[in-house]
Design a protein around this ligand. Sequence first.
Ligand code: SF4
Ligand code: SF4
Ligand code: SF4
Length: 333
Amino acid sequence: MNAVDRRDFLRGAGFATAAAALPTEASAGIARPPKEISPQAVGMLYDSTLCIGCKACVAACKAANNMPPDIPQHLTDWNEDTWDTPEDLSGRTLNVIKVYRNGTAEQKDHEINGFAFVKRHCLHCVDPSCVSVCPVSAMQKDEVTGIVTHDPDRCIGCRYCVYGCPFGVPQFDFNNPLGKIAKCQFCSHLQKKGQIPACCDVCPTGASLFGPVKEIEQEIERRLTAAPGTPHEFPRGKIGENRPPNAATIPHYVKGIYGEHEAGGTQVRYLAGIPFPKLGLPTLGRQSPASLSEGMQHTLYHWLIAPVVAFLGFAFLARRNMAQHADDEAPKS
Ligand code: SF4
Ligand code: SF4
Ligand code: SF4
């Protein structure tokens, strides 16, 4: 892709940003209809209140996806370059556990003087922007499972998906001389073999729970409608799987389910004990950026048809008149 193409795309991205900034009523008229979730979609429930920050999911993700260790420059002396210590998503890390801390950080899932964990990776959007902006279809969404995958053989390293994702998920590996995009593929290679995503498989508490989105939603409903302190058997691994559950009590959840509506909805949903923005999860509207930018593009193309037809008409007339003029000027025999 040459420089001009990139500039054109960035102008398009500007339209998407402008569309996102439009009032809801104005943008609703421009956006294309939102995409619907597949009835067979699979997803994940990450319940921050169950997470103990053990990072077994981070290690399992690395092993399952053959990712190298990630050691920030300022930690290389401390861990002698031997211990995988990712601090955020990167070209080497598809899944990371981050910590919220406030004041004395004594009580788990307390906003004041408390702490909480949050897991970050791809949310497998219902209407993914990364798929919409990818010029070579390297990002694809499976029509049945809804899993969003990345094909490195198609990828040209343009990084449009990096800028297009509202959750800041795809990462470019600047250490790789050939350039490479990295993002969680929901362990689709394991799912094809009948296994579940590695992070859910190893999670000891059920904080990361895999299953069909419909069943995830039912489990969320059970948790949110039960009174805090009610005994509950939290499933582990995969919903419906014959694994001993984590017997505990319903915690104090904050209102809402992150991922239910954000950016058109996602197949990974979050429950938490402190407000989602405090966990670093971006506050987003219900409209998917993809539906806005694609709707704007189609609207613009539609509006451009009349000027283009008029331009072609003028060009035809000008050419015909010039030919006529040349005929008149030509010496006659
Ligand atoms: S979270 Fe980002 S990378 Fe994942 S599907 Fe959504 S837009 Fe794509
Ligand atoms: S689903 Fe697989 S790739 Fe995604 S975060 Fe979990 S272990 Fe990593
Ligand atoms: S394995 Fe489970 S409990 Fe441990 S950090 Fe990951 S999500 Fe949290």
